[in-house]
Design a protein around this ligand. Structure first.
Ligand code: SR1
Ligand code: MG
Length: 402
């Protein structure tokens, strides 16, 4: 019989106390549930006297955001912990340390990042993070190159991909990102003031064709071990440091998907800026930083990926002149298309972003949604012909000027 039960504060405290060598046996521990995501419980257990703390994350057997009517496999906790361990091994400075876990209880115990800010909140507060592009570009390049057929033993990769079969969480992405926004789906969620724009999405067959091609890649192309949900709510940040968390959507998928997720969330904040910036100068400055950061994310990804390929590529045929350029060109196109899909889903789909939904002024909020949809459509429709990341910048500017 399974020992699984959703933890109470007392359960989390007792579990934390049982971890050998972390807290003193007689420590007076405090515990709070701080989870604000869609799916899990998150406990912070602390010994204020010793200034020590840790995080216990526990999966629930259903999607918290919807309720028990949407069951989800607890195995995602194992997948998340195993992905974090691989990512931490590859990028120790960019991923929290893992202290332990339990598959039956569906928990992972990890480093507390209390001094950090969730990046989405930091961006909404108007902060900029000049080291972010380098950090996240390196994170994506490293974790994806060294888990792909280019950078790891190809038979071991097949075995590893079997350990990351993640059907429930992939199904969320398949539905919420690649299907629901393009039809009148029960799970869609949007305000009536953008109904006309949503209905246009449902009729746009040229758009559907591009989304179907991107969806096919998501369904079939196991290039590398993705994070799978790399939005700005999955990133803890300070001006000096970046830590990537929450890879419960990890699976073997197309490399462009993680890059697209980061770009999409910077673009959502870009679309939201008129609702947050106090004057035109601030608006221009914020938007310029966001666009520069998008280019930086891509450039740092590409630079690192090529460097790893040249230094550590294990596939003889991948050294064929011209192949690397074609491969990276395709990743860029995919990333742009996935970014577009990820922007659109946050406007009309089930799960939104605070960057836009918490704008106070109703008209600015509506305009941000319209701008985001326009950006998303341009990216999706332009992705197959995009020759450089500069085109994303042009499309974002054009959509914002409309
Ligand atoms: C039902 S879960 C909704 C969303 O939350 C996660 O962060 C993923 O982005 C997922 O699509
Ligand atoms: Mg998450």
């Amino acid at each position: 019989m399974s020992s699984y039960r959703p933890f109470s504060l007392e359960d989390a405290t007792a579990y934390a106390k049982s971890i050998p060598g972390f807290f003193a046996a007689d420590a007076a521990l405090s515990c709070e549930e701080i989870g604000d995501g869609n799916l899990n419980l998150v406990f912070r257990v602390a010994d204020p006297q010793q200034n020590k703390s840790l995080i216990i994350k526990q999966a629930l057997p259903y999607a918290k955001v919807v309720g028990e009517s949407w069951p989800l496999s607890l195995d995602r906790a194992r997948i998340e912990r195993n992905a974090l361990e691989i990512q931490h091994r590859l990028c120790p400075d960019l991923v929290p340390a893992i202290y332990g876990g339990d598959d039956e209880l569906a928990i992972t115990v990890m480093e507390d990042l209390s001094g950090y800010t969730i990046m989405r909140q930091g961006l909404i507060a108007g902060n900029t993070y000049d080291r972010f592009a380098e950090h996240i570009g390196r994170f994506i390049a490293t974790t994806l190159f060294y888990t792909s057929d280019l950078g790891m033993n190809q038979q071991e990769k097949k075995l590893q991909s079997a350990r990351f079969i993640n059907p429930d969480l992939c199904k969320i992405t398949e539905d919420l990102i690649f299907e629901d926004p393009y039809r009148d789906a029960a799970n869609n969620s949007f305000t009536e003031d953008i109904r006309a724009e949503a209905e246009k999405l449902w009729q746009d067959h040229a758009l559907h064709l591009e989304v179907a091609l991107l969806r096919e890649k998501f369904l079939t192309q196991g290039q590398a071990l993705l994070h799978g949900d790399l939005h700005t709510g999955s990133i803890f940040i300070t001006p000096e440091s970046t830590k990537v968390i929450d890879p419960e959507f990890a699976y073997y998928g197309p490399i462009g998907f993680d890059i697209g997720a980061v770009i999409a969330n910077l673009l959502l904040n870009y679309a939201a800026q008129p609702g947050w910036s106090s004057n035109d100068e601030v608006l221009q400055e914020r938007r310029s930083w966001l666009l520069t950061t998008i280019v930086g994310v891509w450039n740092h990804f590409e630079l690192n990926f090529r460097k790893f390929w040249d230094a550590d590529g294990i596939d003889i045929m991948s050294k064929t002149p011209g192949y690397q350029d074609l491969y990276i060109d395709q990743i860029r196109k995919d990333a742009i298309g996935f970014a577009g899909c990820k922007v659109i889903r946050r406007i009309v789909g089930l799960s939104h972003v605070a960057d836009i939904d918490t704008i106070d002024d109703e008209l600015s909020r509506r305009q941000a949604k319209v701008t985001a949809l326009e950006i998303g459509k341009r990216l999706i429709k332009g992705s197959r012909s995009a020759a450089s990341i500069a085109e994303v910048i042009e499309w974002a500017k054009a959509a914002a000027a409309k």
